[in-house]
Design a protein around this ligand. Structure first.
Ligand SMILES: Cc1cc2nc3c(=O)[nH]c(=O)nc-3n(C[C@H](O)[C@H](O)[C@H](O)COP(=O)(O)OP(=O)(O)OC[C@H]3O[C@@H](n4cnc5c(N)ncnc54)[C@H](O)[C@@H]3O)c2cc1C
Length: 422
């Protein structure tokens, strides 16, 4: 047991939880709900005024975990079922190819989705501290035993826990302190929601993806390879955006990493003039537009970067990089690690169960090795790992070797054969 810290604490509050969770996004909320249902104490610390303050993914498959966390049938009740079609447009929209996937996938509004998590968390009596920003982990003798955060008045406070779950998204605040390099993992992405879009859902029900090779844009010849996308929604609305694909960039001399303002300038031009893509914007109104990041160039090098800390969701880069989909994977990962720690806590003889004490035995090197192996044996990990390998090979061949519109268009038939496997 590590007791010394508590006996020397200055503020005497000794607030202790089984899980101190950083961030109230899908990962943090799933972790807290799962913990509460197992009878464990969890605190979520969220820097925003509300949970998940900025909209992110608004489409996901109807997996069992969604019913488990949000309630049976909740997702279909708020969602528009997608038809499964994806249209892939070659650079310049010269050729296109459609793939079809039979799956139970829904689009919904971020706020409605997140509010439901919060409703369930409240039912389970999870404590969420809003307007509190986590600054760093509290480390003692090599173990993470809690976090320091600034409360809404700016006062710095400490809170302690058996495990700190970093669910703070694409620049994991705790992960960063333990050496995770988010610059290597993150790709810029523009999230944009439009209404009065120039589309009719009956005529264009499929998701549209427009490839842009490096060297294809005469106004920005060194711009990284990218994919512009359109997800058609009901009532002439759509989610549109631009994903910059950065995983090959370190090996490409022809690419220059653009600044934020360069990305936004290119985005403005694509909206008005990129073949095919720009037609959706004719007469449209932009309701939301933001340049953000998504960690889909690679996974974090270590999900347990320090004994006592677990990275979950975007903080771990745990995303299917092909679809840039992380909602399901964040939820699955959060549920897995909370259940694992619960089982471990039960297996350790704890006479001091009620005492707010950090149990070192939970975090021996041997145990951490076993936890990682168990996680790597899950279907979710295997899928994500497989997708990272697949997209690595795909992007190398297409965006690095072929690179430009002319060459990609020449090899389009070969590319479509790869896309059919995605
Ligand atoms: C444009 C875009 C489109 C996407 N589309 C899809 C999609 O269609 N389908 C899909 O499955 N996925 C999609 N994703 C990915 C998906 O949104 C993420 O994988 C998912 O939100 C990850 O959840 P998370 O809880 O790990 O992180 P987040 O949702 O980012 O939540 C992190 C939370 O931590 C809080 N926080 C951050 N720092 C601190 C701090 N220091 N202290 C306290 N709190 C902090 C934040 O305010 C936030 O509430 C998309 C992402 C983007 C950006």
């Amino acid at each position: 047991m590590v007791n010394s810290y508590y006996s020397t604490m200055e503020d005497n509050t000794r607030e202790f939880y089984n899980f101190v969770i950083v961030g109230a996004g899908p990962a943090g909320l799933t972790a807290a709900i799962t913990a509460a249902r197992l009878g464990l104490k969890a605190l979520i610390i969220e820097k925003g005024e509300i949970a998940g303050p900025r909209p992110r993914g608004e489409g996901m498959g109807h997996y069992p975990i969604v019913d488990e966390i949000l309630g049976k049938g909740y997702l279909p009740s708020i969602g528009l079922k997608s038809n499964g079609g994806r249209v892939w447009h070659s650079p310049g929209d010269i050729q296109k190819f459609t793939t079809f996937k039979e799956y139970d996938h829904y689009f919904f509004e971020w706020r409605e989705f997140i509010d439901r998590f919060v409703e369930v968390a409240n039912e389970e009596k999870v404590k969420i501290s809003y307007k509190c920003e986590v600054i760093e982990p509290i480390d003692e003798a090599g173990f993470t035993i809690g976090v320091k955060y600034k409360d809404e008045t700016g006062r710095v406070k400490n809170v302690f826990g058996q495990a700190v779950l970093d669910c703070s998204g694409y620049f994991g605040v705790i992960g960063s302190k333990y050496g995770i390099n988010y610059n290597d993992m993150n790709c810029p992405i523009i999230k944009c929601l439009i209404s009065r879009a120039n589309l009719n859902l009956k005529e264009t029900p499929d998701l549209q993806f427009y490839f842009i090779g490096n060297g294809d844009l005469e106004y920005s010849p060194k711009f990284p390879q990218s994919v512009a996308y359109v997800f058609p929604l009901e009532n002439q609305r759509a989610e549109v955006g631009l994903m910059l694909r950065m995983s090959q960039v370190p090996q490409m001399r022809s690419v220059e990493v653009p600044t934020k303002s360069e990305i936004l300038t290119v985005w403005d031009k694509l909206k008005t003039s990129y073949p095919g893509f720009s037609t959706f914007f004719k007469g449209a109104q932009i309701d939301y537009e933001e340049l953000t990041y998504l960690p889909n160039a690679k996974m974090a090098s270590d999900f347990v970067p320090n004994p006592g800390t677990i990275l979950i969701g975007d903080a771990a880069g745990f995303i299917n990089p092909f679809g840039s989909s992380g909602l399901y994977y964040s939820m699955e990962m959060a549920s897995f690690w909370v259940k694992l720690i619960y089982e471990e806590l039960n297996s350790i003889n704890r006479e001091e169960d009620v005492k707010p004490d950090f149990i070192k035995d939970l975090w021996t090197d041997e145990k951490i090795g076993q936890y990682k192996l168990k996680f790597e044996n899950t279907d979710a990990f295997k899928e994500v790992n497989h997708m990272y390998n697949l997209i690595g090979a795909f992007e190398y061949k297409i965006f690095n070797r072929l690179r430009t519109s002319e060459k990609i268009n020449k090899k389009w038939e070969y590319i479509t054969s790869l896309l059919s496997q995605a």
